[in-house]
Structure formats: structure tokens, C-alpha cells
Design a protein around this ligand. Structure first.
Ligand code: PLP
Length: 450
């Protein structure tokens, strides 16, 4: 038995080889009929889930530290969310946003009470992150009557044509789809681990870069909005330096530009606060939400200061499914759970988790950086040597070996393994995951010959 086979055999929760026979059959069935564009990394075929645990169709149990790409905020099938959805389903499945219903208004009220704007807000509900970003872009253009935008290299905002024109975390997202929406200028996102600007505060340097653009190339009076992730997600789980978001706020205020925070991934308790904006006490004009908002039910929200959103005329923007009663029921229950303790749990367990990963980094020099907030944590993997060369192959192998060891993970950036478990994960589950990660790192290093 090889070291790798022994390690896999040591996990009592794994009953078959991976993928097992039922998973293999399902994947074969799917291959001819589903789009090959889905970026699937490993062959996990879901059967069911509870909290942070998921089972595949062959009865193998995994710890889910990907949570459906940071979606299952309250864990899989949280009983209060399930009950709320079942109750809503027993009443009606759909009516459309052309009408009113209590759960939809209640959700807008909750968002108004929680939003970090420090003034009255209104919400536009939709089904996904990309649609919430489309709505934000459209609102910004509509009210400012300006054609241009600033986005960030490494940003991810979705894949429909408007949001895609900002998305730039991976080359493949843009490749083959030009032309996207014109008028979007990308600037670097501050990266303190890989400083682009020598000897400077990376946040200050990016702010100076934007000011330089305004003097030379980009008329600020033509810029409708700056769209930014308060923590860059798909681009590598980058936490910007203190003062950066406040600096963007000042630039926007100076030039009448709207500040849009994309909190689709980092919002709803993920960073240990309800919204990532709260860590820096910066109020955006518009905020986009999705993912964790519905605990798995598809929902997005574009939340804007009331004095901005009320400028939209009737019919200026709309949709068929926005405010779907099942999705609103899930979101209302989710916000109550996150506000009622899960965000605090994310902060506490996140601190424990980060500490465990820092210990691991002392054992494995290939872990170049441990960063994040709450339960939005990344470890950046590097080649040995002084240059911090991204260890892309190693990163992919770690993700694959983690699957084979019973741990679901995803990557981001060039070579970062990211951890985004449900917000109610506990310290024992984190410790179990760190053990599986240690095994996976050792195996991946031997596979890449290190
Ligand atoms: N914005 C951010 C910050 C995201 O991370 C994502 C998805 O990963 C999106 C927008 C797009 O969301 P969706 O995939 O629901 O369209």
C-alpha cells in the first residue's frame, strides 16, 4: 500500500474508492448532456448534507469547507431554514416582483436594518450575484448619467456581459467573449503579500494610481462608480490594507462617483461581521449580495441608499423571479441566524482556524501566507526559494488530495487554497480539517516531487 493509499484508508468516513461506483456512473451520465464549461475540479457527487458534513452517493462522508462556493452560510439543510422554506412552499411558489408579499417586504426591512450605509436604504431583489452587480451598474449609470467605471484586476463580479466586463480573476473568464461592456478601466487591487509598488503602502499607492489616471486619461466627471470587493475573493482572498476603502470613499466623494461594494462573497457574516465593510467603517453607496444570503436558495440583492435608488422610475429595472417567496423565506431565516450568533461564531472559530493554519505554515514552508477575516481564509502556496513563485500545480494537487482524504476545498487566485466553511462550523471540525489538510499537503508535495 502506498503512503497515499494508507492515508485514504485511515479516514473511517470514506467507504469506497473515490469516485465510487455510483458517482462514476452519474458523472458518465452527465458528461454527454451538461455544459462542459462548468469549472469542476474533482468528482464529488452529492447525496445529502447536514451542517458542515456532506455525503456522496456512495455513502462517503466529507467535511465541506467550500460550502457550495461560500453559499451554505448556515450549514447544509439548517432546520430553521428548511422549515421556513417548507412553510413558504406550502403557501405559494411564485407570484413575481410585480406584486407584493410579506416575506419580500420583511427581507427588505431586515436588509435596511442591517446595511452598513448609515442612512436609509432600499433593496432590489434578484436571483444571483451577477444579477445584483448588473443592477448596481445599471443604477449607477442611470442616476449619474455617466458612462465609465473603475474595477480592479483580480476582481470577480459574475459572468453576464455587464459584470463580466469587470471580472478579471482568471484569463479564461474573458477569453472568447469580447467585446464586453465598454468604459470599464481596471486598476490593481492592493496586495501586501505581492507588492506591486516598491516601498509604498500598497493601498495608498493604488489610490495615487487612480488619482494619476484622473489627471492623465480618465475624466473623473465621466465615472459613474468604482466597483470593489472589500475583500477580494476569487482573486486570492486579499484583505486590503487599512485605510484603502476609506481612501476610495474620499475619492468618490470628491468627484461625485458612487462607491459600490460587492459583498456577494464576503457579506452575510462570512468575515465575522454581518458585512465586510464594517471592519473598515466605510459606508458604500450601493452594496451587492447573493451567495450566503439564502443559505443555498438562489437569491441576490442590490441594496442602495434610498436617495439614490428612489431616482429609478417605475419600470427602469425589474425581473420575473426577484423576491421569490421560498428564497425570501430562506434569506429571512438566514439573516436571523447569522445576526443571532453565527457571525460571532465565524469570528471566534475563524481566529482558531487562522491560528491552526499559522502553525501549519511553520511546518510547511510552501505555505507562503495565511490571510483572511473570520471564515474567509486563504493560504497562498509558493515554490521554495526567495521569489514567492506561485505553486499552481501544488495548489491543484492539494485540492485533489483533500478530496481523496474527505475534505472539500476550492482554490482562488494563482495558488491559494481557500477555506469558507459554513458559519456554524465548530473548532473540532476545523481541527479535523486541518489534520486532513496536513495529510493532503504532504501527499501533494510528494506528487509534485518536493
Ligand atoms: N461577486 C462576487 C464577489 C463573487 O464572488 C461572485 C461569485 O463568485 C459573484 C459576484 C457572482 O455571483 P454568481 O455566481 O451568483 O452570479
Amino acid at each position: 500500500m502506498s503512503a497515499i493509499q494508507k492515508a485514504t484508508a485511515a479516514n473511517v468516513h470514506l467507504k469506497t474508492e473515490l469516485p465510487g461506483p455510483k458517482a462514476r456512473a452519474m458523472i458518465a451520465r452527465d458528461a454527454g448532456v451538461s455544459s462542459p464549461s462548468y469549472p469542476r475540479d474533482y468528482p464529488f457527487v452529492m447525496s445529502h448534507g447536514r451542517g458542515t458534513e456532506v455525503w456522496d452517493v456512495d455513502g462517503n462522508r466529507f467535511l465541506d469547507f467550500a460550502a457550495g462556493i461560500a453559499v451554505c452560510s448556515t450549514g447544509h439543510a439548517h432546520p430553521e431554514v428548511v422549515r421556513a422554506v417548507q412553510q413558504a412552499a406550502s403557501e405559494f411558489l411564485h407570484i413575481s416582483s410585480d406584486y407584493w408579499h410579506e416575506r419580500m417586504t420583511a427581507l427588505a426591512e431586515r436588509l435596511a436594518a442591517l446595511a452598513p450605509m448609515r442612512e436609509p436604504v432600499m433593496s432590489f431583489l434578484c436571483q444571483s450575484g451577477t444579477e445584483s452587480v448588473e443592477a448596481a451598474i445599471k443604477l449607477a449609470r442611470y442616476v449619474t448619467k455617466r458612462p465609465r467605471f473603475i474595477g480592479f484586476l483580480g476582481g470577480f463580479h459574475g459572468r453576464t456581459m455587464g459584470s463580466l466586463s469587470f471580472t478579471s480573476s482568471k484569463y479564461t473568464q474573458q477569453s472568447g467573449f469580447a467585446p464586453t461592456m465598454p468604459g470599464v478601466m481596471h486598476v490593481p487591487y492592493p496586495n501586501v503579500y505581492r507588492p506591486l509598488f516598491a516601498g509604498a503602502d500598497q493601498g495608498e499607492a493604488v489610490l495615487a494610481y487612480i488619482r494619476m489616471l484622473f489627471e492623465r486619461n480618465l475624466p473623473p466627471q465621466e465615472v459613474a462608480a468604482i466597483l470593489v470587493e472589500p475583500i477580494q475573493g476569487e482573486g486570492g482572498y486579499l484583505v486590503p490594507p487599512a485605510g484603502f476603502l476609506a481612501g476610495l470613499r474620499s475619492i468618490c466623494d470628491e468627484h461625485g462617483i458612487l462607491l459600490i461594494f460587492d459583498e456577494v462573497q464576503c457579506g452575510v457574516g462570512r468575515t465575522g461581521r454581518m458585512f465586510a465593510a464594517e471592519h473598515d467603517s466605510v459606508a458604500p453607496d450601493i452594496m451587492t449580495l447573493a451567495k450566503g444570503l439564502g443559505s443555498g436558495l438562489p437569491i441576490g440583492a442590490m441594496v442602495a441608499k434610498r436617495r439614490i435608488m428612489e431616482q429609478w422610475k417605475r419600470g427602469a429595472h425589474g425581473n420575473t423571479y426577484g423576491g421569490n417567496p421560498l428564497a425570501c423565506a430562506a434569506a429571512n431565516a438566514t439573516l436571523d441566524l447569522v445576526n443571532g450568533g453565527m457571525a460571532a461564531n465565524a469570528a471566534a472559530v475563524g481566529t482558531h482556524f487562522t491560528g491552526r493554519l499559522r502553525e501549519l505554515a511553520r511546518e510547511f514552508p510552501c505555505i507562503g501566507d495565511v490571510r483572511g477575516r473570520g471564515l474567509m481564509i486563504g493560504i497562498e502556496l509558493i515554490e521554495t526559494g526567495p521569489d514567492r513563485v506561485p505553486a499552481r500545480d501544488l495548489c491543484q494537487k492539494v485540492i485533489e488530495r483533500a478530496f481523496h482524504n474527505g475534505l472539500l476545498l476550492l482554490s482562488c487566485g494563482l495558488s491559494t487554497v481557500r477555506f469558507m466553511p459554513p458559519l456554524n462550523v465548530n473548532a473540532a471540525q476545523v481541527d479535523e480539517a486541518v489534520g486532513l489538510l496536513r495529510t493532503s499537503l504532504s501527499e501533494a508535495l510528494s506528487l509534485v516531487g518536493k
